[in-house]
Design a protein around this ligand. Structure first.
Ligand code: NAD
Ligand code: IPM
Ligand code: MN
Length: 380
């Protein structure tokens, strides 16, 4: 029997609760489809950090490298300063494994009661597109800093020139502090994400690839982004293209999501707009993602975070995590099992009995996972 090693990082808050259901469903799917999933559990997250001071050590990354994929919950804890866990674990994994694509399907599931989509009269075929978010560049590269009292005179001098400020370098006060963060994109980085977006359109028989940027203001980085989009598009003459500014793209997500097929976005805009995408497809609890390195180790996770407002209550919606699990199965080549998981989710929705509170029900996270397993077993 084929066996796959999967690294499991439940992480924080609801991440632990929803991945527990995901693991349950994936294991059931593997039994039905006759293969073996061997989950290797890693404790990385806030508890581990608060106890040991460790985020994710190098030897763990080396071990994870030998596994077929990573299944992750969420990182983030109100007890820890924002950024420590998110950068130190989640972004570390994305960058370390060069998972340059963040694939985020925005799809209204069939059988989801109409009222769960905040857009009036939308059907599953109206909200069905794929966001290809660049995942390693842009404002996420981590170059930034704060310039304040006690900082080297040279940087203060630059600042004084830049803003035509009048201050004496020897008498700098706290009020003179500035902070900056630099966005970086590379031609290679743009080329590979554009190529992935066009290939995604071809594979999924989609007609359009839209590119989102803010090239009218952030002219350097998104000028290069746009230029590369135009160049790469020439290799795909059968695919139609459009270029949108991010503000208008946000409007179109709400006004007519049916216009989109594949949408390629820089890292930060992709992050923001896919929370909007999650809402139009039924809520944060429904939106999955894959951090993909086509030739390496990929990582699958819900797009939502650790949801401290509902964590510990056992009421988080596990659909996003289970769906991300289906994407994981697809990526390791278990296509039938991947489809079975989606059919399981859709059947539970059709039955309409098990609903977590975000969907207006009173079911627990665990009950939803169990219901998906029961639904899948009907197909043995
Ligand atoms: P969040 O996504 O955790 O929560 C936003 C809202 O969506 C909350 O009201 C929450 O209750 C709801 N929600 C999220 N997941 C849900 C689910 N499965 N079922 C039902 N409702 C759900 O965003 P936030 O509150 O801005 O962030 C909380 C923490 O998570 C922060 O530390 C943040 O940095 C981190 N975060 C991590 C990831 C990740 O690991 N991929 C993603 C986003 C945020
Ligand atoms: C996401 C999250 C992460 C991101 C954070 C937690 C680093 O918001 O996966 O959408 O910005 O990519
Ligand atoms: Mn996000």
């Amino acid at each position: 029997m084929t066996e796959y090693k999967i690294s499991l990082i439940p992480g924080d808050g609801v991440g632990k609760e929803v991945t527990a259901e995901g693991v349950k469903v994936l294991k059931a799917a593997s039994e039905i489809k006759n293969f073996n999933l061997n989950f290797i559990h890693y404790p990385f997250g806030s508890e581990h950090y608060l106890e040991t001071g460790d985020l994710i050590p190098e030897d763990a990354l080396n071990e994870i490298k030998k596994t077929g994929a990573i299944y992750l919950g969420a990182l983030g804890d109100p007890r820890v300063k924002p950024g420590i866990l998110e950068q130190g674990i989640l972004l570390k994994l994305r960058f370390h494994f060069d998972q340059y694509v963040n694939l985020r399907p925005v799809k209204l599931l069939p059988n989801l009661p109409g009222y769960l989509c905040p857009l009036k009269n939308k059907k599953p075929e109206d909200i069905d597109f794929i966001v290809v978010r660049e995942n390693t560049e842009d404002f996420y590269v981590g170059i930034g800093g704060r310039i304040k009292k006690g900082t080297a005179k040279e940087t203060l001098e630059i600042r004084r020139e830049l803003y035509k400020l009048k201050f004496d370098l020897d008498v700098v006060t706290d009020a003179d502090e500035i902070a900056y963060q630099i966005g970086v994109v590379s031609r290679r980085g743009c080329e590979r994400i554009m190529k992935y977006a066009f290939e995604t359109a071809v594979e999924n028989k989609r007609e359009w690839v839209a590119s989102v940027d803010k090239a009218n203001v952030l002219t350097s980085i998104y000028g290069l982004w746009r230029e590369t989009f135009d160049e790469v598009s020439k290799n795909y003459p059968e695919i139609k293209t459009e270029k949108l500014f991010v503000d208008a793209a946000a409007m179109f997500f709400v006004r007519n999501p049916e216009r989109f097929d594949v949408v390629v976005m820089p890292n930060m805009f992709g992050d923001i707009l896919t929370d909007l995408g999650a809402e139009i497809q039924g809520g944060m609890g429904t939106a999955p993602s894959g951090n993909i390195n086509p030739g390496g180790v990929s990582m699958f996770e819900p797009i939502h975070g650790s949801a401290p407002d509902i964590a510990g209550k056992g009421i988080a919606n596990p659909v996003a995590a289970i769906w991300a699990g289906s994407m994981l199965l697809d990526s390791i080549g278990e296509k039938e099992a991947a489809k079975l998981v989606m059919t399981g989710i859709e059947d539970v929705l059709k039955e309409g009995k098990v609903k977590t509170p975000d969907w207006g029900g009173a079911s627990k996270t665990e009950e939803f996972g169990n219901a998906v397993v029961r639904a899948m077993k009907k197909y043995i």
